[in-house]
Ligand binder design. Structure first.
Ligand code: DGT
Ligand code: CA
Ligand code: CA
Ligand code: ZN
Length: 577
């Protein structure tokens, strides 16, 4: 399946390049259409490419597209792309990653203002040359400048969606060398932060220097930044810095505590230790004899240190989950936080009916494989044209399909739903009669994400108060590091949601994590029901769940307030009200 995706991406790139180089609109659109068809194609493209006429028999694939696909299958390349790439300055392509800049705009920058990369775009904005272009308003330019600034300040940190799998692989790779007894990640990653500055690994090893050499010679390293007796830093090809520290087993808990942080949580714990005449550092919890020099250097035995629990315990505290260690109020209060296993279902997913990659059946089977008891199919509504949103007629047919598939599957309950657009004014994209026939309605903002906080608040309150809406999906519409999204008065939204018993979603896609942790906290304080959904467009996207749960835990969510964790009967009653 992933081959299909890669070919589709190649056709997307081809369409971008054609558009940037000024090919006619018909060709550009036709190429994009092929990309979409390939993306949605359920069969094996490689197999189809080997059969004579196999590709041509796919609806919408003509002879020239078939040739390009065969070329890709044979060589991993499409020669036309290589040729176009050499016609276009390299730095131009990367402008496409900036929110609000499409290939048409990139072409104009290039042709009309001589812009070839990010730096020359920034210069042109600063010098005012962009403003002299026809049909280029001050507002558009200001928006572009804002997007660049936003992307730049965010780009130094890495998404947890990238860092967490990388850290797990590295930890496993170190264990596989046979030179480590124990390896775990600490730092902001262990606290479940949405972005991380660097990965902090902690290890125990009988021979620390052998582990350091193994670490600094792992495959995929681009630079060894430092290598000492018990610690080392590397940069890996994902561009992430990784610090490794090797500690003794008797210090493990103290080191984990220290390097998990946050710094501010550590300060609170050290204060607490001092209040009872003790000293806490990365080597252990020691009696404080008033001497300046570190206790471990003077051979003083620690009171605790081998486990985190023993240290918290000696401080008169129960163990605190890393996600809460942010010096918010974790020393006063620790509820039993939700865990991955509490989540029994996903209530926001897409199929090929809109912009998803799998059929209803395939999504249902994947959900069964993951042990879910129910799955809501919520494809896009008509206004989401770029996501192939369904008009009322297609939705009605889709609902029938979902119910038919549901009737044929006994291991899972399929809910027929929709992810309905919330218009800028708070109205919804389908009439009430249409919404009334659905099992579940997720209402989400997708456009007008730069409206004023006042308008955004009114918009989301209207949606949360709508009698047919069950869940507000990704309430702010932010994309981490790309766009800030809506900035509503979240307390006011929470009040409306609580009053109407409408759930707010934690969208678990690591690029979104929307609600963010602080918004979850606010919602929990208001007693708002919370949904944790992956917004899956493909089988692998169900893996996002863990990021949603980490964010939920940072927001102090308990299973009791999470509709995905309720017994199914309770959920069905709640949906039916
Ligand atoms: P990051 O990497 O920026 O996402 O955030 P962290 O929290 O992982 O920070 P990092 O990698 O600089 O350090 C890891 C942990 O080590 C940090 O959470 C707490 C601890 N730590 C580092 N430097 C200090 C310090 O100067 N004082 C204290 N108390 N703790 C520190
Ligand atoms: Ca770190
Ligand atoms: Ca670090
Ligand atoms: Zn969605």
């Amino acid at each position: 399946m992933s081959d299909n995706r890669s070919v589709a991406e190649a056709f997307e790139e081809l369409a971008d390049l054609l558009e940037i180089t000024g090919a006619n609109a018909f060709r550009v659109n036709a190429t994009r259409k092929v990309a979409r068809i390939l993306n949605d194609y359920q069969g094996d493209l490689r197999e189809a490419a080997e059969e004579s006429g196999g590709l041509e028999s796919i609806e919408g694939i003509g002879a020239s597209s078939a040739d390009r696909i065969r070329q890709w299958c044979a060589s991993g390349n499409i020669s036309e792309i290589d040729k176009l790439r050499s016609d276009v300055p390299e730095g131009l392509i990367e402008l496409l990653h900036i929110s609000g800049i499409g290939p048409k705009t990139v072409r104009r920058f290039w042709q009309e203002a001589g812009i070839t990369d990010l730096q020359s775009l920034k210069n042109a904005i600063e010098e005012g040359t962009l403003e002299s272009l026809p049909r280029m308003g001050a507002k558009t330019i200001a928006n572009i400048a804002e997007s660049i600034a936003f992307a730049e300040q965010a780009s130094e940190r890495t998404s947890i969606g990238i860092a967490l799998p990388v850290a797990e692989e590295l930890a496993q790779a170190l264990l596989d060398t046979g030179h480590a007894d124990r390896v775990e990640y600490a730092g902001s990653l262990r606290r479940g932060c949405e972005t991380i500055g660097d990965i902090d690994l902690l290890a125990t090893a009988s021979d620390a220097s052998r582990l350091v050499s193994a670490f600094t010679t792992l495959p995929g390293i681009t630079k060894v930044l430092a290598a000492g007796d018990t610690k080392a830093s590397i940069r890996i090809d994902a561009g992430i810095q990784v610090d490794l520290r090797i500690v003794s087993a008797s210090e493990w808990g103290a080191a984990m505590l220290y390097f998990t942080g946050s710094k501010e949580h550590n300060v609170l714990l050290r204060q607490r230790a001092r209040e009872s005449k003790r000293r806490l550092n990365e080597y252990g919890l020691f009696p404080d004899d008033g001497e300046e020099a570190s206790p471990q250097s003077r051979g003083i035995e620690p009171i605790a240190g081998s486990t985190e629990e023993s240290i918290y315990d000696a401080l008169g505290l129960s163990w605190r989950p890393p996600e809460l260690r942010e010096a918010r109020n974790e020393l006063e209060q620790t509820p039993t936080l939700i865990v991955d296993a509490d989540v029994r279902r996903d209530l926001h997913t897409h199929t090929t009916a809109s912009d998803g990659h799998l059929s209803i059946e395939d999504m249902a089977n994947e959900a069964i494989r993951r042990g879910f008891d129910a799955l809501a199919i919520t494809d896009h509504s008509r206004s989401s044209v770029q996501a192939n949103g369904l008009d009322a007629e297609r939705l009605i047919a889709h609902v029938e399909n979902i119910r038919r598939v549901d009737a044929s599957m006994k291991d899972i309950k399929l809910l027929a739903g929709s992810e309905v657009d919330i218009h800028a004014d708070g109205s919804l994209d389908y009439d009430d009669e249409i919404l009334a026939m659905l099992d579940i309605v997720v209402a989400s903002p997708h456009v007008a994400l730069k409206q004023s906080p006042k308008d955004a608040t009114a918009r989301l309150i209207a949606a949360a108060s709508h009698p047919h809406v069950h869940i507000i999906g990704h309430p702010t519409g932010r994309m981490i590091g790309r766009r800030p999204g809506l900035e509503p008065d979240m307390a006011a939204i929470c009040k409306a949601a609580a009053a109407h018993d409408t759930a707010l979603e934690i969208n678990a896609n690591p690029r979104r994590l929307d609600l963010c942790d602080l918004h979850v906290r606010l919602a929990v304080q208001h007693g708002v029901p919370i949904a944790i959904n992956t917004d899956a467009h493909d089988a692998s996207h169900f893996d996002f769940l863990r990021y949603g749960v980490l964010t939920a835990r940072r927001g102090m969510l308990t299973a009791e307030l999470c509709i995905n964790a309720w017994p199914i009967d309770r959920l069905m009653e709640w949906l039916d009200r």
